[in-house]
Design a protein around this ligand. Structure first.
Ligand SMILES: Cc1cc2nc3c(=O)[nH]c(=O)nc-3n(C[C@H](O)[C@H](O)[C@H](O)COP(=O)(O)OP(=O)(O)OC[C@H]3O[C@@H](n4cnc5c(N)ncnc54)[C@H](O)[C@@H]3O)c2cc1C
Length: 450
């Protein structure tokens, strides 16, 4: 297992103006995958990262679905810095006093080629960047890209950095600078308006817990681990919660719609504290000592909120292109970033080979994305982010579902047992759910998932 950190930083560019075939901005999963593919194709590539090492400040919940790595790193599971393999996935619908959990486990996911894994970002991002460096990419850490360089016709021909005389010129710039991409904005690729509605704030605590306690409480052993997503734990603010197991810590947090959280005037840490006190969660994390607190924005607008992906001399990938998929049972950004970065790297190499780095020459990027899960999944599930973040899904349905199941399981002898129809009607009425909304949302959900 490779654990790359600050000491493993490989190359620092000192020259005043340096020319590369490709400059990749941001050494997150998208950037490292892009740089890896460009380097493998035999072109020179600089991977510029503002942090002192890749992943230094990057935040996520903690689960990576690694199958896209099959294409990038054969037998990746033998090398990736994994905490635990996810063999249990659960979705929990909650009210302050109730919790209904759909809990699935399979040992199939605990052996190669695996399904999901928990991993710390500092480990994962450093490992991915190191793969790019091994293939020949030049990593340029502790360097902020501050702007684009353009030729007289407006095509992007490089970047400006915060280093004195730190211009880097390139045939293609790949912007992988994460959510709210400053570079995509500067290039005019974002459509204006409504940005806050498409953003959520993810807030996470990491709690240290002994390995034995995790295994006992989550009913796992060895390297097996658990991924729990929650709905109804954010006081009606659009969003949800998560709880993931690492080797000897757990990650717990909430994801909150930005406009909702600012209107509610509630601090995210209050919501996490409330979640940690919930009777379904408290026993799992009891005694856990906070070792990390972090927060980051997530682009949850999905397909409809994506910017232009291709410009003359420029591509945009990963969160920078709003490619994080947040559709209820999925919160997947890393594998979409890896896929998009990989295709961006390939498209850049193909354009360089053909001697045409205009938007037209780079169009292969869009084709590859369309043919792959990256845009296929986003297009297919384009209505789900809005549905998941809707008021009804957040404020009405969790209570309705929990009341319905409580009614089914409750034994009220000597009263006769109520029928399902009565229970459904009662739980819908008590929770302010109208039938026509239920049918419409059910239809949207089914259509999205078909
Ligand atoms: C709380 C939370 C929970 C999440 N949970 C999950 C999860 O469990 N699983 C999952 O798959 N996804 C999850 N996500 C989403 C996931 O983190 C992102 O989708 C993913 O990291 C996107 O990768 P990226 O490479 O596009 O961007 P990032 O990982 O954000 O990388 C961008 C990089 O660019 C660098 N950078 C930015 N600007 C500049 C600049 N001007 N100059 C130089 N460098 C720059 C940054 O330092 C960073 O390293 C979560 C996100 C959050 C916030």
């Amino acid at each position: 297992m490779t654990h790359a950190g600050p000491d493993s930083v490989s190359t620092v560019v000192d020259e005043t103006t340096k020319t590369f075939d490709v400059v990749v901005v941001g050494a997150g999963p998208a950037g490292s995958a892009a740089a890896l593919e460009v380097a493998r194709a035999g072109y020179s590539v600089a991977l510029v990262e503002r942090g002192p090492f890749p992943g230094a400040k990057n935040v996520y919940g903690g689960v990576v679905y690694g199958r896209i790595l099959d294409e990038l790193v054969p037998r990746w599971w033998e090398r990736m810095p994994v905490q635990r393999w996810v063999t249990r996935r659960a979705t929990m619908v909650m009210t302050p006093t109730q919790a209904l959990t759909l809990d699935f486990r399979t040992q199939d996911w605990g052996k190669p080629p695996y399904n999901g894994a928990t991993a710390h970002r500092a480990d994962l991002d450093s490992w991915l960047a190191e793969l790019a460096v091994e293939a020949g990419a030049v990593l340029v850490p502790s360097t902020v890209v501050t702007g684009l360089l353009r030729d007289h016709a407006g095509a992007v021909v490089g970047v400006r950095t915060d280093r004195p005389d730190g211009d880097l010129t390139a045939g293609v710039v790949i912007a992988c600078d994460g959510v709210n991409s400053f570079l995509a904005k500067e290039a005019g690729m974002y459509r204006t308006g409504h940005e806050a509605e498409h953003l959520t704030l993810g807030v996470k605590q990491t709690l240290a817990l002994p390995r034995e306690a995790i295994e006992e409480r989550f009913a796992v052993s060895g390297r097996d681990g658990v991924d729990i997503e929650m709905l109804g734990c954010t006081r009606g603010i659009p969003g949800g919660g998560f709880l993931y197991t690492n080797l000897d810590s757990v990650s717990i947090g909430v994801v909150l719609g930005l406009t909702g959280v600012s209107k509610a005037k509630t601090r995210p840490e209050e919501l996490i504290a409330e979640l940690k006190r919930h009777p379904a969660i408290a026993p799992l994390i009891k005694g856990g000592e906070q070792i990390e607190y972090s927060a980051h924005l997530i682009p949850e607008g999905g397909y409809r909120a994506m910017p232009e992906l291709i410009g003359d001399g420029m591509l945009v990938a990963g969160d920078a292109a709003a490619m994080c998929l947040a559709a209820g049972i999925w919160l997947e950004g890393v594998n979409f970033a890896l896929g998009a970065g990989m295709y961006a790297g390939r498209a850049a190499a193909a354009a360089l080979k053909a001697g045409d780095v205009s938007g037209q020459g780079l169009a292969g990027y869009r084709t590859m994305l369309e043919r792959s899960f990256v845009l296929a999944d986003h297009r297919k599930l384009r209505d789900l982010p809005g549905l998941v973040l809707s008021d009804r899904m957040q404020q009405n349905y969790p209570g309705m579902v929990c009341d319905l199941v409580q009614g089914l399981f409750q034994v009220d002898n000597p009263l006769p047992k109520p029928g399902l129809r009565t229970l459904l009607r009662r739980s819908a009425k008590d929770n302010g759910v109208r039938w026509r909304d239920l049918v419409r949302d059910g239809w949207t959900g089914m259509r999205g998932l078909r």
